[in-house]
Write a protein of this length. Structure first.
Length: 323
């Protein structure tokens, strides 16, 4: 199985649209894939459980229709994010649907399990696993993940604290396979920088929140347009796992961003419906440090076109400098 070829083949720019809790929906995923980047969504976004089959039916049928109409510019593959935490009581149900629909890429988070990887491999799917430090990376690879997503400092939502320079170097010292970099990537120049560092693809999340198709309130999108890296707060208060959030949403919830208490990590919850975590992500807006590069709310296809243009210009400028 050529994982690298499977994921990269035909992409307009080497980008995965990060799965955004609550925000990613079929509209956004289809727009991303048909524009030429990998579109992704968390399985838990499809609520209640039967909605996931509806979403997968729609996404697969619309992408197939696109491919028939555009044989020379086929859609990029899509991905589903599975939370492999004990609080996710939908995992077996959602994984079975991924197998039924032969989801090309499954992104696993908060737990690495051999049985899950085998189930995805059984139908030809590939597994990319979120990691924030080397212990996670080694465990994921030991359990059979096909590739890693290095979630470095500055990424939106749940994120680590390692510099991408340090993290990529440590991973590449032990692993030569597929590698995705996440963390404050919102321009084509940053995508190229990720490639130069040693990643195969870049993870772009916050910039896609501020697109027309994203399932986010207009106030959330405008806060990203108006915000900058200084508006991002790193805390574990809301889910028990450290993550990055928009300061204005914390203030709007009546909290002081400078004096937030900490949560007990053992109480973290990512269940299938009605959880405190889900409410937190609705009211407290996850976001990464790269939003200073976001200046408007375009269609997803327009954002991809901009990333591709900037990526090409940055490659040309780098080549000219090297020459």
């Amino acid at each position: 199985m050529s994982v690298r070829g499977t994921v990269l083949e035909g992409l307009r720019v080497p980008v995965i649209g990060a799965p955004l809790f609550i925000i990613s929906n079929p509209d956004l995923v289809v727009a991303q894939c048909t524009a030429g980047v990998v579109g992704a969504f968390p399985a838990l976004n499809a609520r209640p459980e039967p909605v996931l089959e509806e979403w997968l039916t729609r996404i697969t049928s619309e992408l197939a229709a696109w491919d028939r109409a555009h044989p020379d510019a086929k859609a990029a593959p899509f991905a589903v994010n599975q939370i492999v935490h004990r609080s996710n009581n939908r995992l077996e149900h959602d994984l079975a649907l991924c197998a039924k629909f032969k989801v090309p890429v499954v992104i696993t988070s908060l737990g690495a399990r051999e049985d899950i990887n085998r189930a995805i491999h059984s139908y030809g799917g590939i597994v990319l696993h979120d990691v924030i430090h080397m212990a996670h990376a080694r465990k994921a690879l030991e359990k059979g993940a096909d590739g890693l997503i290095a979630v470095a400092a500055g990424a939106g939502g749940h994120a680590g604290t390692l510099s991408p320079f340090a993290f990529i170097e440590e991973i590449r010292a032990e692993w030569s396979g597929p590698l995705v970099l996440a963390g404050a990537i919102a321009t084509g120049r940053a995508v190229l920088a990720a490639r130069v560092l040693g990643a195969d693809l870049a993870y772009v999340g916050s910039a896609f929140i501020a697109t027309r198709e994203a399932n986010a309130p207009q106030t959330y999108k405008q806060a990203i347009v108006d915000g900058s890296a200084g508006d991002i707060v790193y805390t574990n208060l809301f889910t028990g796992v450290h993550g990055n959030y928009l300061r204005p949403s914390i203030i709007a919830a009546g909290l002081d961003p400078e004096n937030l208490p900490t949560s007990d990590p053992s109480k973290m919850s990512f269940g299938s419906g009605g959880t405190n975590a889900a409410k937190a992500w609705k009211d407290i807006w996850g976001c990464g440090q790269g939003i200073g590069a976001v200046h408007d709310v375009p269609a997803a296809a327009e954002l991809v076109a901009r990333l591709a243009r900037e990526y090409g210009e940055a490659k040309a400028a780098l080549a000219a400098t090297a020459g």
